[in-house]
Design a protein around this ligand. Sequence first.
Ligand code: GAL
Length: 356
Amino acid sequence: MLTNRIAIFRLVSILCCLPLWDTQAQDQDTSFQPGQIWLDTSGGPIQAHGGGVLVDGGTYYWYGEDRTDPAQTVVSCYSSKDLHHWTHQGKVYSPNDLPQELRARCFIERPKVIYNRKTNRYVLWAHLEQPGYHFSKALVATSTSPTGPFRFERAFRPISEDVGFKDDDPDQQKALGGTFRDMNLFVDDDEKAYVFYASEGNWTMYVVQLDDTYTAPQIPQEQGKTWARILVGRLREAPAPFKYKGRYYLITSGCTGWSPNAADWAVADNILGPYESRGNPCHGPEAALTFRSQSTYVLPLPNMPGCFVFMADRWNPRRLQDSAYIWLPLLIHDDGTVAIVWHDNWDLSVFERLER
Ligand code: GAL
């Protein structure tokens, strides 16, 4: 649908000698328009679903799922200096880059990239899946450049603790370890990195400290010290962690597939928890459905303490490539509560006007 509308608009623009994308397109101004078509600097619709943003050397890199080809999700990368104008840097990882035995059936969801200063490598983690959603492994790949190419490191389940999995479990968790599905990465101020992911068939979230290379869990693994089960039995996914004034915050969604549901924010004094769930942070129309979207990332704005961009996906399950982006201001009030406030149209100056 979206691509049809874009094709028609392109045609009308050409026939009427209008500059391409001179209405609606976000490259004409510096405002975010949640839910609207968002074009890259070459005029194509941005394909970076379930993504996250890396800030590196004064440039933002937005990684996500390119779903242009419904048969094969690949990892895309876009770069920007201002969070509005995004230049497509191409596809940085695709199932073709997997080892032979994984290539045919696997697809990739929710990719995220962090930079490791010690190894001078960009480290990509993603949810590697197969039809049926029982494969459920972490994909790890590395690159010397933020724009790739990324090289395969491993596909695995990071934690193998048997928390009482059933013998007939379709996810084979007794044998293979806890499932790895919706995920995110977080680098703390001390440069220790962590992966957050929905595990145990999505019932419980895991937080796992990574080793010095950021490509594997810290060993020896010790529950409560290097990894933890959080939001136990709460059936949460789409984790988006961030930190403010020494406290760890975590936005999650409920588990209803592509359909939207209410977000929750949780807070902890320690990254490994315990996390206290505090309810829905969204305010505005359709707040009970996270504005018809699902969290994917929370971006702290450089040099703007307490100001964050909440990034979410408004999935279009019939045509995933037409799913829209919902980027909104996320504010932490002076009392520590989190608020995500709907705006049809906003820019970073909104943070000066939002009440603390
Ligand atoms: C959602 C998840 C998405 C995708 C989808 C498939 O729950 O957040 O990333 O995996 O399920 O149905």
